[in-house]
Design a protein around this ligand. Structure first.
Ligand SMILES: Nc1ncnc2c1ncn2[C@@H]1O[C@H](COP(=O)(O)OP(=O)(O)OP(=O)(O)O)[C@@H](O)[C@H]1O
Ligand SMILES: [Mg+2]
Length: 236
């Protein structure tokens, strides 16, 4: 039996602009089943990133609901939100601008675990960080270098390791391979699909690239001007 992990109900995010309200996300109803990938496609500016950020409550919704395991994320208090953050993560398009240039790879990956006090000892954090690096295919020799010293594919591996650090259930992947060379895109996509299988992850995968979305998604939703205009299985 399939189980719904995340559901949006009449979700809206309007931005108050000098020219009036911009309906970036307009009445979106989606469901994502546990362990599956929902692809989100649509032209630039149609609201894909805003939808992802609103689901994670990085942006407050204008109205509507985001149900994560049946609980409305919008009604959680600060403490509950802090806890649910562990379960919902994001991977960005450009790992270069989303990673702190002054932190080493080791520091970048271990930081969420320290903030969330996941372990009691330094040694446990170190072990877990090394394990994560191995999981995403980063050699231990990269531990003490900085994000700008390595190529885009490896940088995105850091972004993935960081997103995995708190053992999330759900990850919004916002164009995670769009900035990479085509030859490297396949490696990262395969890594993400392997991780999904081994960890039972659920993805919302945002992209404008139809061949990528078809490859990775179980279902696909097409957005246009803030609305979902079409939903279908990937095969369809
Ligand atoms: N903070 C904001 N304030 C005002 N308008 C915004 C804000 N963020 C996004 N928008 C607008 O909302 C709309 C949706 O933007 P969004 O970034 O979600 O689109 P997108 O589908 O992710 O585009 P892209 O494919 O280029 O990444 C756009 O018109 C954008 O200009
Ligand atoms: Mg975007």
């Amino acid at each position: 039996m399939s189980e719904v992990l995340l559901e949006t109900k009449n979700l809206k995010k309007y931005f108050d602009t000098p020219r009036g309200y911009l309906h970036a996300v307009d009445d979106v109803n989606l469901t994502i089943e546990k362990g599956k990938t929902l692809g989100i496609v649509g032209e630039s500016g149609c609201g894909k990133s805003t939808l992802g950020r609103t689901i994670l409550r990085l942006l407050p919704p204008t109205s509507g609901q985001v149900l994560f395991e049946g609980r409305d994320v919008a009604t959680l208090d600060k403490k509950q939100m802090f806890n649910i953050r562990k379960e919902m993560q994001i991977i960005f398009q450009d790992p270069y601008s989303s990673l702190n240039p002054r932190k080493t790879i080791f520091q970048t990956i271990s930081e969420p675990m320290i903030i969330h006090q996941m372990f009691e000892t330094k040694e446990e954090v170190t072990n877990r960080t090394r394990e994560l690096m191995e999981t995403v295919g980063l050699a231990e020799r990269y531990e003490n270098i900085y994000p700008h010293e390595i190529d885009g594919g490896r940088r995105q591996r850091i972004g993935i390791a960081r997103a995995l650090a708190l053992n999330p259930k759900f990850i919004v992947c916002d164009e995670p391979v769009s900035a990479l060379d085509v030859s490297i895109q396949a490696q990262i996509l395969n890594l993400m699909m392997d991780l999904q299988d081994s960890m039972g992850l659920t993805y919302m995968f945002i992209t404008h690239d139809l061949s990528v979305v078809k490859h990775i998604s179980d279902d696909i939703a097409v957005m246009y001007l803030g609305k979902v205009v079409e939903k279908a299985s990937s095969d369809e």
